[in-house]
Design a protein around this ligand. Sequence first.
Ligand code: SF4
Length: 415
Amino acid sequence: MEKNYHVCTGCGLLCDDIEVESENNIVNKVYTACRVGVAHMKEARRGEADFLVDNKPVDEATAISEAASILKNARNPLIFGLGTSTSETQKIAIELAKKINATLDDTSSFCLGPLAEALIQDKLKTCTLDDVRNKADVIIYWGTDPSDSHPRLLSKHSYFPRGTEKQRGWEEERTAIAIDVRKSHTAKICGNYFFQIPPKGDAEFIDAMIAGLSGKLPKTSYNYPPKKILELANILKGAKFGVMFVGRGLIYSLENLEPLFKLMEILNEKANFHLIPMVSSSNTMGFNENLFAETGYVNSVKFENGTAKHGPEYSVVESLKAKSVDAALIIGSDPLLFLPGSIAKNMLEIPVISMDHCETLTSKHSKVYINTAINGVEAGGSSIRMDRVKMSFEPVIETNHLSEEVILKKIMEAL
Ligand code: SF4
């Protein structure tokens, strides 16, 4: 019987206080984690076979050689996924993409990529989750419902916990504010500080907040009560250490990030405000950072003779829509499930290699499927938390399944 602290890779928070009881390489009990983390560590569903080609079981050598042959024969292969992969795996995937002149992308090209890029380029003031716990007195959750998506954000990292400069914890020393189009679970916790706006109303609400912060009358076309916006502006102006957690709801609603840049600038003229993106997967931020370090771009690149081209046409959505890719290596992702059907169906016309620890819609329609070790449970490495802090972890249990890192190295060797 073993009992140790582990890092949970169930979401971008990478909680590092997880206790696990395991026996004979089976996780029996998970303590401290939220329900998502428990499911991730304990109930991960495994595919039935380790290696499949055309949905028939094969040995490792056959699967690796088939995968290498697909990539070698492709004119423009796509490598996509990697949001839950370790940074070590991501770096090998970038090398592989370079070697085979591939298009390389992850989900950030249609999620929080622009925000990650702005943070990596130091265009927005940010802080760590430890800073939030220790110092934050005003916390905004905008276009996000962490109570569902990152269940321990409020309890461990932001609103509820005691911190070095916030000994009395929530309510007495912190104000939590939710801005959203619906009354989410997080909005309910924020009570009177929930500001409900109409879909696509975020840019106007930002303008109204800026007006309120600048002592002008805030106006919106949807007639949001000016008094409420002025009350909000007064709370924000009084922040000694404010933080804004920004989710997809806000980013999808804005045409570009300019209104958000402007709001952060004004907030920092009047108070002290930081921004943290609500990155969902355990290492999407790592993908953005690792690719940026190599190419100067955070996603949507096409390698050609060692150099990287970048543009929306190299995103997974546009590449599949235009049918510009002729094979795909999908790592820890299920695009056939979550992309719009009209775009995803084009994947059915090209050979696909799927690497995942469980059977997915994409793996079922793949030419080659490789059943991988679960990152953070069966494979160790490092990931970048959503506040850009590097977290390293050891495997919780041993497995016979190969890690993504080992498989990519074997494919590289077989090319
Ligand atoms: Fe794991 Fe995220 Fe839950 Fe923390 S909040 S235990 S990282 S799933």
